[in-house]
Design a protein around this ligand. Sequence first.
Ligand code: GLP
Length: 264
Amino acid sequence: MEVIIRPNADAAAALVARIIAKELRANPHLVLGLATGRTMESVYRLLAQMHRKEGLDFSLCSTFNLDEYVGLAPGDPHSYRHCMNEHLFQRVNVEPRNTHLPNGQAPDLDAECRSYEAAIAKFGGIDLQLLGIGRAGHIGFNEPLSAFKSRTRVKALAPLTLEQNAEFFGGADKVPRRAITMGVGTILESRRCLLLATGEEKAEIIAKAVEGPITSMISATALQLHARCTVVVDEAAASRLEGSEYYRRIFATEPEWEEFRNSN
Ligand code: GLP
């Protein structure tokens, strides 16, 4: 795992967008794993801007989102499908048929989960998986006690997650109780993971996820087992990390990061 600390949330999102853009330019057929949440909105805004201004081309890439609420129609303004259409898919030239999210309204949810896994495999697996982190430490909707070998499945949402997503639904009691989510095992199979977290409210969970013991109580700690995982944080989210001096030195001196150093 490597941790990159940027001065503020905008700079952290800009770095993530530039990493994605670099991977996409190197491999136009990129299979991109996507995430939702407030943190990702600025990344998608920047990618849309790169598409408009620099011709960043999404025409050959395909996408797989981490999760979707059970019971919401794709057109429901609270659904992750709607959110992805609004924030990214309608703003770039990705082929709509190459964008994938689990169908939260599938009549047979288990069959839907199996076919989602099969679709990822058919596309050759995920090259780059973008991740946020919930305050309970989940990646996707892999709530506490998610097995590290878990695959795409239906998961009951934890109380903290319901609370965290309450404002979108006008109260915790209105948040769907279940979601389909890629499993921790599914996420760990992607070739590269890129996690973005910003803001003071993420500082404690980032310290646990990055430097704490590996535990299924905090599914993000599974990323410590991944061979190529980059965690990008702003100063606020980095404030509880013990090794920040070392992480800063890596970004400041290692050749791999040279081209990214002068981004704001
Ligand atoms: C939801 C999503 C997660 C996301 C999290 C954090 O729970 N299922 O994938 O990481 O929200 O969201 P935010 O960026 O709004 O803090």
